[in-house]
Design a protein around this ligand. Structure first.
Ligand code: AKG
Ligand code: FE2
Length: 319
């Protein structure tokens, strides 16, 4: 743990040949997933050049003139590459709080040709980053299933067929007078197993469910943060809860860029409660669903949060 109470997972220990070191790292991951649902990973082995390259490529994309980006705009959320903006009415004025580029990234050869062709090195830089994030998340998924007592390879074949989407966000400078800052990304959980996040600066916050207060995520050069998504909550039958998170921008803050690696099973593959985690005292709390079903739900104009709350949770009153 660091001085602010953030759990830190040392991946060199997870990779250690020492049984006790590896077990301790798995235990740390399980504890972090159970507590606030997020942790920082250190000694992850992803080169600083790859992380910086991805942040530079993302920043350069968002800095392109609008006409270079608007070709990627679409109302159809099933588009594998989609640029959009999120605005808010503020003092009678429409303010853009966030620019977003969502791009499918696995399997890479299927999608890379659809990614932005500008800036020139964008595809190369993002492809390297995406491959590293997938490797990292797959390794963490193994540790997570081990921590749940399901074994290291419980999800391996499903992860091999798995799906990754990159979510790139650009938050313009904030001119909000309010000392509390502006909420630039409203509180939400992700439809992922795990999400890995990289950002240029602070702003991301997690809800500590116990105290009810928001906790800043660690930030700083090349800090990678990982959090629990809704599908891991389902799979673990609620033992691990999806992390509720938001992004806040304070007055005077510089523009912020973040890249989320959003990992899940293949679109049509069902995610269900692990039957090993169902007990008489702990009946299944969620029904099975696919990512495709969730996207249909969004396409019909519903709110993402309602899918989990109203459609997936079976025994809401017991949570
Ligand atoms: O910008 C961030 O740090 C968070 C992004 C995020 O939550 C998302 O893309 O789902
Ligand atoms: Fe998120």
């Amino acid at each position: 743990m660091d001085s602010t109470g953030v759990r830190i997972v040392d991946l060199s220990k997870l990779r250690s040949t020492s049984f006790s070191e590896r077990s301790a790292a798995i235990h740390d991951i399980g504890r972090a997933c159970q507590a606030m649902g997020f942790f920082q990973v250190v000694n992850h082995g992803v080169g600083a050049d790859i992380l910086q390259g991805a942040l530079d490529a993302a920043t350069a994309f968002f800095n392109l003139p609008m006409e270079d980006k608007s070709g990627l705009s679409s109302d159809d959320i099933r588009q594998p590459v989609r640029y959009s903006t999120v605005s808010e009415l503020d003092d009678g004025e429409v303010k853009i709080r966030r620019h977003v580029l969502k791009q499918y990234s696995r399997p890479l050869e299927t999608w890379i040709q659809k990614w932005p062709s500008k800036p020139i090195d964008y595809r190369e830089k993002m492809a390297m980053f995406s491959a590293q994030m997938w490797r990292l998340v797959s390794e963490l998924v193994e540790a997570v299933t081990e921590s749940l007592g399901l074994g290291r390879h419980y999800l391996t074949s499903r992860m091999e067929r798995g799906f990754e989407m990159m979510g790139l966000n650009y938050y313009p400078p904030c001119h909000q007078d309010d000392d509390g800052g502006a909420i630039c990304f409203a509180p939400h959980t992700d439809y992922t197993l795990l999400t890995a996040l990289l950002a240029t600066q602070q702003g991301l916050e997690y809800l500590d469910r116990e105290s009810g207060s928001w906790h800043p995520a660690p930030s700083g050069s090349f800090t990678l943060v990982v959090h629990v998504g809704n599908y891991l909550e389902v799979l673990s039958n609620g033992r691990y809860r999806a992390a509720l998170h938001r992004v806040v921008s304070h007055r005077g803050a510089a523009p912020r860029v973040s890249i989320a690696s959003l990992s899940s099973f293949a679109m049509e593959e069902s995610v269900e409660v692990a039957e090993e985690l169902v007990e008489e005292t702990q009946p299944p709390m969620y029904r099975a669903s696919t990512l495709s079903e969730f996207i249909d739900f969004l396409s019909a104009g519903n709110r993402g949060a309602d899918f989990m709350e109203q459609s997936l949770k079976i025994a809401r009153d017991k949570l």
